[in-house]
Design a protein around this ligand. Structure first.
Ligand code: GTP
Ligand code: MG
Length: 193
């Protein structure tokens, strides 16, 4: 898809701040530092619209990016970062629950995992949480550039099995570094926007 217009509309921490123009929305989810913000930048061909960092915990709010004045990507803070206080974690949990449980215009969620590693218990919990709310899930196994070619299939199989993915969920190999999977990502996302 050609993105001709990309803008951040708001960094929200609660429901009353969400945009209310009723455009379809796709949210990201995944561990801290896994590559959520990088995924957004790569597929929309912008180097730094969504702020990224080599340190975990960069994204702290729900960031609503409006694309082509037609739909939103919502970048979210990651989970599973050890150096976060209990209070911060609770705040994160409330913000995420409020968003995923109440957002009517949320059409699908992109769950990003690191293709190198077996999905963590947090990943499994997030996947199950999204399925519980009957949200279509696209699992994106990113950092593909870090896995030798002859090992890729085995890594993807492990991701699928560990998450116990359902037959109608998609698993997409991806690399923000190399741009692998961009076209396939849009082909899947088109169905939801
Ligand atoms: P939080 O906002 O902290 O939750 O992190 P995030 O999931 O948004 O991760 P972010 O996109 O900021 O990327 C984290 C780090 O991983 C950065 O140093 C990126 O350059 C790197 N990274 C992201 N995607 C890829 C990829 O496909 N390949 C490689 N090699 N590095 C990647
Ligand atoms: Mg981020």
């Amino acid at each position: 898809m050609k993105i001709t217009n990309a803008e951040i509309v708001i960094s929200a921490v609660s429901q009353k701040q969400y945009p209310n123009d009723q455009l379809p929305e796709i949210a990201l989810a995944g561990r801290s530092n896994v590559g959520k913000s990088s995924f957004i930048n790569t597929i929309i061909n912008r180097k730094n619209l969504a702020r990224t960092s080599s340190k975990p915990g960069k994204t702290q709010t729900l960031n609503f990016y409006k694309l082509n004045n037609a739909f939103y990507f919502v970048d979210v803070p990651g989970y599973g970062y050890a150096k976060v206080s209990k209070k911060e974690r609770e705040k994160w949990g409330k913000m995420m629950e409020e968003y995923f449980q109440t957002r009517d215009t949320l059409n699908a969620v992109i769950l990003i995992t690191d293709v190198r590693h077996e999905p963590t218990s947090d990943d499994i919990q997030m996947y199950d949480f999204l399925k519980y709310y009957q949200l279509p899930v696209i699992v994106v196994a990113t950092k593909l550039d870090k896995v030798p070619k002859n090992k890729i299939d085995a890594h993807l199989k492990r991701t699928k099995e560990t998450l116990e993915m359902e037959a109608d969920d998609y698993l997409l190999p991806f690399s923000a570094e190399k741009g692998y999977g961009k076209e396939e990502a849009w082909n899947l996302l088109k169905k939801f926007i």
